[in-house]
Write a protein that binds this ligand. Sequence first.
Ligand code: PMP
Length: 398
Amino acid sequence: MKNAERIGRLGTETAFAVSAEAREWAAQGHKVYAFHIGDINIRTPDNIIEAAHKAMLDGKTGYVANAGIAELREALAADVNASHGTSFDASNVAIQPGGKPVIGKFILSLMNPGDEVLYPNPGYPIYESQIEFHGGKAVPYGFVPGKDNFGFDMASLEKAVTPKTRLLIVNDLQNPTGAEASEAELKAIAEFAVKHGLYVLCDEAYFDMRFSGKSKTLVSFPGMAERSIILYTFSKKYAMTGWRLGAALGPRSVIDVIAKLNLNDESCTSNFIQLAGIEALTGDQSGSRKIIGILKERRDRAAVILNSVPGVTCYRPDATFYLYPDVTALMKAKGFADDYEGFRKDVLHTTGVSFCTRLHFGRALPGETRRYVRLAYSGIDMALIEEGLGKFKEYAEK
Ligand code: PMP
């Protein structure tokens, strides 16, 4: 059979290939330290599991409204209003099977073929995939190293915008860099979006996955609430990645379209999963606090060890569960210069430490000279973090 022409433009998450390679290496009897997986190896809190179980036993197993059940839409609107200062109600919420579906549905709802879309690179690879799959042009913007963390490269945003630009994708608290925009940067991004008449996807997947300080949102800036869609997910804060529960929040005109796409695609998100989502939002929060506490300890330890490795420097972001060390000097010392795959495989085969590199988050941008890798500490316990990064340090010292 011959695939449709658009399939040639559909991208993937090449990080899954790293998982497959790590699995194969482990199957050959080697010890693998899994820093490549952006998943969480901590169980969902009991009260959420019990709520789903009860809902299933109560027979909440049939179809429900395509935009989600009213109680969850209301609870989520209230929850987001409290942290964002917005005035959403249930009609501003379309429940989704995960946060990821919001990306494609945002693009389908608002982008015409030929439109240009600004997206972060390095960034979550699904943006580029979905833009190009639906016939748009994916135009990257980057990040710049600052004192304590990466920030948005406003100059690359300004350079990339053209009269054909229609959408802007912003992932503050960013995967993979951990970048966090300052108040001034958010204001500048908001003014940029308003000035150029862009609609914005605020991918807030890591909004609540933070260890200190308080997350800020782009939608609180003038002109933003009426031009933005928020990607919300239950995946991280409640360790619910496999449950598939998220939402789009924004102006009703777009939320209605997104709900219509739900009706055409998956009909609805599972009823008992949504009822568990209500428990997650409104029930005991101690489980979520515990998850964040565990991840904070892992972050602190991993950042300290990484910064002691010769040829490696690393920020310690306040949010996300990723570290994005600069390994330029180490790669050079080991004779890899810009050969990311050679370096990644050498580290895996010498030490068992498995990570993704910059190239798993988009093509390198012109003029990029620093080399980075991404370590996720959400899927690996403390003892293995210490053992694996210890071996990585020995490798670097040799
Ligand atoms: N956005 C970003 C930036 C992510 O890193 C992820 C998950 N890795 C998602 C969205 C989607 O997550 P989910 O579908 O589990 O909500």
